[in-house]
Design a protein around this ligand. Structure first.
Ligand SMILES: Cc1ncc(COP(=O)(O)O)c(C=O)c1O
Length: 451
């Protein structure tokens, strides 16, 4: 029997009577307000373990069941409408009903699906991806980011003939590549992983030296996503680049979230070019997607013309819904201008939330970069993966329930990701809703008894 470790695992709540009482009240209100979601959860629990088939969206007492969505709006089964500040954990960059994507998907459906053959779209989508990311000379498609990272590691092992993979504590690379800070994860694939401290030059260098001779790859997110929005220092990325080059190991950037933070990904922004890159999430406009790509010499291992090639099969790797949606999304919607505008919007929101936190003197902080951010509680500074992991989970859940109650859809872990259709008025709603929470719980607030 394996233990499933929630990638968004919480730390034990601090003893804070008022917060605990408020949380009990907020949960009771949540139950009262959402009878249809509760019924949906009870029905689901008969057939799915815990009523759940995607651990990251599990929430107790039960998650809201979403009925429909458009632009930057979602509506739950009980008919409550929310401003979508979650953006499907970064995959919903285009919103829920982008007409260009919808048209592409309709076009794909009209031509029939599941051809069982090569089609006219995969090469065009590949061209767009290769032109976008400096490290990608050849690419292969998968159906998820998890698969993309698995294949990237497999490619690195083949290219180097070695097997150790250096990962970072607090990293998340997929369902079976999960490294929650300070915790084991029994569900992980049995590669030989060594965990290093993110952004810690000396600690990481020592481990790199120790494993130099067996090191196949270093894989990292240029900003820890599920790990709390901790941005990698450019000097840290450069150190990893220099070391892997000198040790004959592959550097893998998991840009599944961070690719959206600059037109050519973080690699293009900071000019540290990995050997292999993985992408996923929003690239196919909301259809299932993942891809791994890199140096042609490394990707050649998957060329079926070579006798010694490795197989990378996958029934839906080139499915036309994903391919056509992806071509439309990445060539027409997710342009350089759109990326700049989206990240500027995120920066404005982060600054306004940070101001509100300061104004009300709350022990909280907002991490992240551009359009992706996480609100943390329990400390005014969150600089490391350890800081992010050791937040106040009671306050975090209270904040989550407050935002939902007031009509703003965010992740339970305090994460938000802006999407293209989020308007300035939506930003005002997000800020004022968060502000009312900070006012209630801040030391400078209207109810100091709660501070
Ligand atoms: C950085 C990162 N890598 C990999 C994954 C896994 O992608 P998928 O959920 O498509 O398997 C995620 C998903 O949250 C992610 O954020």
């Amino acid at each position: 029997m394996t233990n499933v470790v929630d990638p968004m695992a919480t730390t034990p709540p601090k003893h804070h009577n008022l917060a605990n009482e408020a949380l009990a009240e907020a949960r009771a209100e949540f139950v009262e307000r959402n009878p249809k979601s509760l019924a949906a959860h009870q029905y689901a629990a008969k057939y799915l373990p815990g009523g759940n088939t995607r651990t990251s969206i599990f929430a107790s007492p039960f998650p809201l069941a979403i009925q429909r969505a458009w632009d930057a709006r979602v509506v739950d089964l009980d008919g409550h409408e929310y401003v979508d500040a979650l953006g499907e954990y970064t995959a919903g960059l285009l919103g829920h009903s982008n007409e260009t994507v919808m048209e592409a998907v309709r076009g794909a459906l009209d031509d029939g699906i599941s051809f069982g053959g090569t089609n006219a779209y995969e090469a065009r989508f590949a061209e767009i991806i290769v032109n976008r990311y400096p490290s990608i000379e050849r690419v292969r498609f998968t159906n998820s980011g998890t698969e993309a990272n698995l294949m990237a590691i497999v490619a690195a092992r083949r290219a180097t003939g070695k097997s150790t993979v250096l990962v970072f504590d607090g990293a998340y690379h997929g369902g079976v590549l999960n490294f929650p800070f300070g915790q084991p994860a029994d569900e992980n694939v049995p590669f030989h992983f060594v965990r290093a401290p993110y952004n810690d030059m000396d600690g990481t260098r020592a481990l790199l030296e120790e494993h130099r001779d067996t090191l196949a790859a270093v894989i990292l997110e240029p900003m820890l996503g599920a790990g709390g929005g901790i941005v990698a220092e450019t000097s840290f990325l450069q150190m990893l680049r220099d070391f892997t080059e000198s040790a004959g190991a592959a550097l893998i950037f998991d840009e599944i979230q961070t690719s959206r933070l600059a037109p050519n990904g973080i690699q293009g922004e900071v000019n540290v070019i990995p050997d292999i890159t993985t992408i996923g999430k929003y690239h196919a406009g909301g259809m299932s997607f993942g891809a791994f790509g890199g140096k042609a010499s490394i990707m050649e291992a998957f060329n079926p013309n070579n006798a010694a090639h490795m197989s990378h099969a996958g029934t839906f790797n080139n499915n036309t819904l994903t391919m056509r949606a992806g071509i439309a999304a990445m060539s027409k919607v997710v342009t350089e201008e759109a990326i700049h505008a989206l990240n500027a919007k995120g920066n404005r929101l982060r600054a306004r939330l940070t101001d509100a936190i300061r104004k009300h003197d709350v022990d909280a902080a907002v991490t992240g970069r551009g359009s992706i951010m996480t609100v943390h509680f329990g400390s005014k500074t969150v600089a490391t993966a350890a800081d992010a992991a050791h937040g106040d989970s009671t306050m975090r859940e209270l904040f989550y329930l407050h935002m939902l109650q007031q009509g703003v859809w965010i992740a339970r872990r305090g994460m938000m990701a802006m999407s293209i259709p989020v308007s300035e008025q939506d930003l005002d709603v997000i800020v004022s809703t968060a502000d009312s929470f900070f006012a209630e719980w801040g030391k400078a607030g209207a109810q100091p008894a709660r501070a």
